[in-house]
Structure formats: structure tokens, C-alpha cells
Write a protein that binds this ligand. Structure first.
Ligand code: FAD
Ligand code: NAD
Length: 517
């Protein structure tokens, strides 16, 4: 046994919850096992992708030899510095949002009366994260039958990976080393210092003035959250609307909410430099290429995209091609340019989501272990991928956008149902938002959909199911939706499609039927 590469880690602040977290996901007394003679599969990276591959392969009960190497915290970004902590604090922010709007519902609470106990909010998050962590723990994986090595994995040859001074021989290997916050190239920002998703969840005191750089998923979710916690928030975004990928009408709803809630939203921004001054961190910027402005804040949070963790893996030695922007190059089967080495998750995919990493991991299990001679391999391009940005309201999307369908030469029709026409949304006071469904002209098959609603994330799976199951709008229109629910918006879209099928002749025929009935 050898532990030469083992380093104890701590997650700040060092309190009972973070100690509990670490005790599961990077136990201080962990001793790496003696490596097996040869592994069927060695996985580098114990985030969602790596964990799902390892557990999936070892858990089949086929006696496969599987090793997992994690250099920092098992669970990766999602558990430790991503989905779990962000969604936990978003829940607290939602409470604030409800109270801010309470008067609309006949409840007399003034916005000024809301006192956010930031330290308690963050403690709640740390408690939740620690309580969820046993699921991703080193011991649990060891118990499933995975050999867990804590340390940095590095290829030494086409069939060997080393961790510290241990050598792990493999038949197939999987790179699942994820990504980290991209460093913004802004003059002075490194010297001034900034937060990323790796440090923001360690805060115990609320910054009074917060600048968020980047209006993507991280920037939008956390700008609204910190604003609701009482920070003065300025959100800088390069593009002309937030969430570049989403349709402008969907993003506009979020922008209006942000402005209503008091976020200083700077679109089409160009940050020229950052300087640490006596009163804080001063950001110099322009908007719409106009004259330079400046604003001083206490903290800067950066959410400007991700950089893949390709360094120090010695990929050159094993013929795995990569680049520093898009990560490891894979084909549709998630195979790298070395046929014995696969990749999954943020290290190689444009879809940087936990559920995408999970789905990719399942493809990798099938293609590495159960596709002899390449027979029956699963493909990334077969996945129907939904995603959700957890702002309030949420934006959820699946499949194609209208413009994508057009770019592919598909004649597309779009049905939009505003929530102002859905009774439950009206009763909930949540009329802002819509269900938008794209289908091919002359066909009821759904190509894609966007939903903007308070719980759009809960609603999108219905549309995903119809796409995967090729159910179509005709059938969907016959599916009974309980009244009153916001999901009726989806049925209304299907009903609206059915009405378009009524030709003047069929209308005449139906008219005749009513006369003789
Ligand atoms: C703030 C934030 C919020 C998010 N919210 C959501 C959300 O709500 N929903 C959603 O679907 N997605 C969300 N995501 C995205 C999601 O977290 C990622 O897509 C997901 O974690 C990717 O999993 P992965 O396994 O590919 O990579 P990671 O989770 O990054 O795991 C990679 C692991 O590899 C390890 N590693 C790296 N190099 C080595 C090495 N050489 N040797 C050994 N180990 C190594 C790392 O330490 C890490 O543990 C969020 C991300 C962030 C940052
Ligand atoms: N709910 C979710 O599923 C969720 C939540 C958070 C993060 N994530 C994942 O994490 C990944 C990273 O999120 P992210 O928000 O960092 O990246 P992102 O790519 O989603 O958005 C970053 C945005 O910042 C803008 N930007 C870049 N540099 C800038 C600058 N100097 N000034 C102003 N704007 C600038 C970019 O134009 C881009 O739109 C995403 O790919 C996402 O998939 C998912």
C-alpha cells in the first residue's frame, strides 16, 4: 500500500459540516488499496461522470476490476462547489423573493423588514451538502467494489496510469477530470482578487457590494441570489441579452425581473481593467462601446465559462488529442483519439450539466465494456438533452431552438402559450413566462421547447418524454392534465396544434355533424 501522493484537504470554513463533508469525500485517514494486476477500467476523476462510470461498471456484479482516482473531493463540482451548494442557497433566496412579493398576495410584509442571516443561510447549505455527501463517499465506492485511489492520476503509457508511486494497469481508461472556472483576461483582476464557484460557497459574511462578471448560468443564478440576500449587485454581461444560448424573449423576462429586484444590469459590457483601491475593487468598463464608467465593489464573482482540466494528465504520451478551450477531443462514442481511452463530462462536452455527465457515463460503460468490435455502441448525438437555469422564474429548454431548426433547413412552426392564459399561473400570480414548442411543419413531432416559469425545471421533463417517446402533439393533446396546474400550458400548446389541423372542409363537416346530432 502506498499513500505518497495523498494530501489532506480542508474545505473552508472548517466547521463540523465541512469536516463531515471531507470525512466522506476525502477522508484524512484514507489508505489507497494495493492495485490489482490489471483493471478492466481505470477512471480519472471522481465527479459525476467518473462516479457513474465506476459505480455502473463495478456494481454490475460481473467481477470487473474498476479503479477510480480522485485528486481532491469525490463528488466533484456538483456536490462540492456547484449544483448542491448553489441550489441550497437559491432555496433561501426564493424565500426572500416570496416575502418581497408578499404584498401582492395580501400579506403585509415590507421588503425593508426582511433580515437575511447570511451566516445561517450558508451554514444551512454546508449542512445539506455534508448530509448528501455519504452518497459520493470514498468508502461507499470502495464498498461497491471500486478501488478508490485519492491522488492525482497521470498517464505514463498506453496501458498504465500512475497515482503517486502506484502504477495502475488498464485495458480501458476514462478521463473524467471535469473543468474549472475560466480565468478572465481582464487587466488587474488577478491582483485585485476575485471569487469563483470554488470559493464563493466558503463565504461566511455577505459582501455589501458584489460585481458578477458573466451573465451565463452561474452569473444569473448567483447574481439574483446575492441580490436577494441584500447585496448591491452589478451584473456584467458581454452579450446583448443574458444567457446567450436562450431565446431573447426568454432572457428578457429574467432581465426584467433582475432590474425590478434592483440588480444593476450592464449588458454589452466591456470590462477594461480592475484596480484594488482604498475603498474596494474598482471596475472600469464601458457599455455599448460608449464612454468609460467605473464602479467600486467589495467582491467580484467570476462566471465566465469553464476551462477543461487537461493539464498534468500527460495526454500527449498516450495520443489523446485535446485543446485548452474545448477539452479532450472525442467522437460520437465518447472515444478519444486513443481507442482504449474514453472521456465523459465537462472535460469533453459542450453540455456541462450533471445529468449530461451522468448520461455520458452510461454511454461510456456500454461502449468500453459491452460493445465488442464496436457493435451496438451508444452515441452522444442520440441523447435528448434538457437543461434548466435556476433563476426565479426558471428557464428550461430541451431539443432544438427555432433558429437551430431553421439553420438545419427544417421548416418549423412555433406555438407559444403565455402563462397569462393558464389559470393556475394566474392564481399563483406567476403569469410572466411562457411555454414555447417547436414542431416541424406538417408533423406533430416536437423538435424542441423552452419554458419560462417558476418551476420550469419540473415541467420540462414532460416535453423531454414526448420527444424521447415520439409521442407528438396529437397524443399530448389527449393526455389529461390535472386542473389547475401550470403544466396545462403544455397541453394548451398541444391543443393549439390540433386546432391548426382543422381545414375549412373538416370544419364544414364538423358543422354538419352538430346539425344532425
Ligand atoms: C456553480 C455551479 C452550479 C452548477 N449547477 C448545476 C445544476 O444546477 N445542474 C446541472 O446539471 N449542472 C450544474 N453545474 C454543472 C455540473 O456541476 C457539472 O456539469 C458536473 O459537475 C460535471 O461533472 P464531471 O464529472 O464532468 O466533472 P467534475 O464534477 O468537475 O469532476 C471532475 C473531478 O475530477 C477530479 N480531477 C481532475 N483532475 C484530476 C486528476 N488528474 N486526477 C484525479 N482526479 C482529477 C477533480 O478533482 C473533480 O473532482 C453547475 C456547475 C457550477 C460550477
Ligand atoms: N443550472 C445549471 O444547469 C447550471 C448552473 C450553473 C452552471 N452550469 C454550468 O456551468 C458552466 C459554466 O457556467 P458559466 O456561467 O461560468 O458559463 P457560461 O458559458 O454559461 O456563461 C458565461 C458567460 O459569460 C460571458 N462572459 C465571458 N467573459 C466575460 C466578460 N469579461 N465580461 C462579461 N461577460 C463575460 C460569456 O459571454 C458567457 O455568456 C455552464 O456551461 C453551465 O452548463 C449549469
Amino acid at each position: 500500500m502506498s499513500n505518497s501522493d495523498f494530501q489532506t484537504v480542508s474545505v473552508l470554513p472548517v466547521d463540523e459540516y465541512n469536516q463531515k463533508l471531507v470525512s466522506y469525500v476525502h477522508p484524512p485517514n484514507w489508505v489507497n488499496p494495493e492495485p490489482a494486476e490489471c483493471y478492466n477500467l481505470v477512471v480519472i476523476g471522481g465527479g459525476t461522470a467518473g462516479l457513474v462510470v465506476a459505480a455502473g461498471a463495478a456494481g454490475l456484479g460481473l467481477g470487473l476490476k474498476v479503479a477510480l482516482i480522485e485528486k481532491h473531493l469525490m463528488g466533484g463540482d456538483c456536490l462540492n462547489v456547484g449544483c448542491v451548494p448553489s441550489k441550497s442557497i437559491i432555496r433561501s433566496a426564493r424565500v426572500v423573493g416570496e416575502i418581497w412579493e408578499a404584498k401582492r398576495f395580501g400579506i403585509n410584509v415590507n421588503r425593508e423588514q426582511v433580515q437575511v442571516d447570511f451566516a445561517s443561510v450558508m451554514e444551512r447549505m454546508r449542512r445539506i451538502r455534508a448530509n448528501i455527501s455519504p452518497h459520493d463517499s470514498a468508502q461507499r465506492f470502495q464498498d461497491i467494489g471500486v478501488d478508490v485511489f485519492l491522488g492525482s492520476g497521470r498517464f505514463v503509457s498506453g496501458n498504465t496510469i500512475e497515482v503517486g508511486d502506484q502504477k495502475l494497469k488498464f485495458k480501458k481508461a476514462v478521463i473524467a477530470t471535469g473543468a474549472r472556472a475560466a480565468q478572465p483576461s481582464i487587466q488587474g483582476i488577478e491582483q485585485a482578487g476575485y471569487l469563483t464557484n470554488e470559493t464563493v460557497f466558503s463565504l461566511t459574511e455577505r459582501p455589501q457590494r458584489l460585481a458578477v462578471i458573466g451573465g451565463g448560468a452561474i452569473g444569473c443564478e448567483l447574481a439574483q441570489t446575492f441580490r436577494r440576500f441584500g447585496c448591491e449587485v452589478v451584473l456584467f454581461h458581454r452579450g446583448s441579452h443574458l444567457l446567450n444560448k436562450e431565446d431573447a424573449d426568454a432572457a428578457e423576462i429574467i432581465q426584467n425581473v433582475f432590474i425590478h429586484e434592483g440588480i444593476n444590469l450592464v449588458l454589452n459590457s466591456k470590462i477594461t481593467s480592475v484596480e484594488k483601491t482604498a475603498t474596494g475593487k474598482t471596475i472600469y468598463f464601458s457599455r455599448n462601446n460608449n464612454t468609460e464608467e467605473s464602479i467600486t465593489v467589495d467582491e467580484i464573482l467570476v462566471g465566465t465559462g469553464r476551462s477543461p482540466n487537461v493539464e498534468k494528465l500527460n495526454l500527449e504520451a498516450v495520443g489523446v488529442e485535446y485543446d485548452r478551450i474545448h477539452g479532450v477531443k472525442v467522437n460520437d462514442y465518447l472515444q478519444t483519439t486513443n481507442p482504449n481511452i474514453y472521456a465523459a463530462g465537462d472535460i469533453c462536452m459542450n453540455w456541462k450539466f450533471t445529468h449530461a455527465a451522468d448520461a455520458a457515463a452510461r454511454i461510456v460503460i456500454k461502449n468500453t465494456l459491452f460493445s465488442p468490435f464496436g457493435l451496438g455502441r451508444a452515441k452522444l448525438s442520440d441523447l435528448v438533452m434538457p437543461w434548466v437555469t435556476y433563476t426565479d422564474p426558471e428557464i428550461a429548454h430541451v431539443g432544438m431552438y427555432g433558429h437551430e431548426a431553421k439553420e438545419k433547413g427544417i421548416n418549423v412552426d412555433t406555438i407559444t402559450i403565455p402563462f397569462s392564459s393558464v389559470d393556475r399561473a394566474i392564481a399563483d400570480g406567476e403569469e410572466v413566462g411562457f411555454v414555447k414548442i417547436h414542431h416541424q411543419q406538417g408533423s406533430d413531432q416536437i423538435l424542441g421547447a423552452t419554458i419560462v416559469a417558476r418551476h420550469a425545471g419540473e415541467m420540462i421533463s414532460e416535453v423531454t418524454t414526448t420527444i424521447v417517446g415520439k409521442v407528438g402533439l396529437n397524443k399530448l393533446s389527449g393526455v389529461i392534465h390535472p386542473y389547475p396546474t401550470q403544466a396545462e400550458g403544455i397541453k394548451k400548446a398541444a391543443d393549439s396544434y390540433r386546432r391548426t389541423l382543422l381545414t375549412p372542409t373538416s370544419k364544414k363537416f364538423l358543422g354538419l355533424l352538430t346539425k344532425i346530432s
